[in-house]
Design a protein around this ligand. Structure first.
Ligand code: CP
Length: 308
């Protein structure tokens, strides 16, 4: 079953195909209104379930619009309103949904939930974010980098802040797309060793540098994310802010990157915490292109899941 569960579990060749396909589909839609159908309709007759156990703006809307542009239909389901939230097993849910729909996208908490859904579903399953990874976001980020600056292979990407699920998928992408990756943040929030080892096993340079200015030196791309993720307890907020304040992406920090460096943030952002508004709205920022490219990248992922 062609599931899209993670970047490190998908072949580099297939990932490259999806990025190129996303850019071609984006180009083909230039000048069209958002609700207009694509010329070919690869999801014609297909029904897609979009399950959310956590809040979402971008993932929810971009998947919904993407399916419709490709001629399919969607149903958006909240985990809480399903029997899934009231004791029915993931395995049974997967088998039942597979009788009704042609594809399942799920945003959930535990990675084990996604894996169980994929194991028992007889239709493709897509990871719309877990506590551990966020592959669709990074596919959109690769599209965004390459449309602005050309191939990402050999470039230097710097992540400043919390080594969270988005950072994890960036590390996977470093290995699969062949770019160097530097993490700067407090040691207690380092990305998982397993992901660092994965990227290094593919021959790319991965560094941990506690000094953010040194880390950002020579960067082609600087990335950050919210300091408190959806699965972090509210009680962790003050401690995390204290730990991460030194890693805020501001104009001074960006001045250490290459003059043409890009700035990315997957959004939603807490402006003037992890990044200042001056950077988010400044000349390096491509944050709204990233948000738009969720649509194009995920359309390519869905096409691939259907063998197109
Ligand atoms: N970046 C992202 O996944 O946004 P949402 O949480 O709004 O879907």
């Amino acid at each position: 079953m062609p599931n899209f569960l993670d970047i490190h579990t998908t072949s580099a060749e297939d990932l490259r195909h999806m990025i190129d396909s996303a850019r071609a589909m984006k180009d083909a839609r230039k000048g069209r209104s958002k609700g207009e159908l694509d010329d070919d309709l690869p999801l014609a007759g297909k029904m897609v379930a979009l399950i959310f156990e956590k809040p979402s703006t971008r993932t929810r809307v971009s998947f919904d619009v993407g399916v419709r542009q490709m001629g399919g239909q969607t149903m958006v389901l909240s985990g809480k309103e399903m029997q899934l939230g009231h004791g029915e097993t993931i395995a049974d849910t997967a088998r039942v949904l597979s009788r009704y729909v042609d594809m399942i996208m799920i945003r959930t908490f535990e990675e084990a939930t996604l894996q169980e859904m994929a194991e028992y579903a007889s239709v493709p399953v897509i990871n719309g974010l877990t506590n551990r990874t966020h592959p669709c976001q990074i596919m959109a980020d690769i599209v965004t980098y390459e449309e602005h600056r050309g191939p990402i292979r050999g470039r230097k990407v710097v992540w400043s802040g919390d080594g969270n699920n988005v950072c994890a998928s960036f590390l996977h992408a470093a290995g699969q797309f062949g770019f160097d990756f530097t993490f700067t943040g407090p040691q207690v929030l380092d990305p998982e060793r397993e992901w660092i080892d994965f990227a290094r096993s593919k021959g790319v340079n991965v560094e941990i540098e506690r000094d953010p200015a040194k880390a950002v030196s020579g960067a082609d791309l600087v990335v950050t994310d919210t300091w408190v993720s959806m699965h972090d307890p509210e009680s962790a907020k003050e401690r995390r802010h204290n730990l991460l304040r030194a890693y805020q992406v501001n104009e001074e920090l960006m001045s250490h990157a290459k003059p043409d460096a890009l700035f990315m943030h997957c959004l939603p952002a807490h402006r003037n915490d992890e990044a200042t508004s001056a950077v988010m709205d400044g000349p390096h920022s491509v944050i709204f292109d990233e948000a738009e490219n969720r649509l194009h990248a995920q359309k390519a992922v869905m096409r691939w899941c259907f063998g197109k």
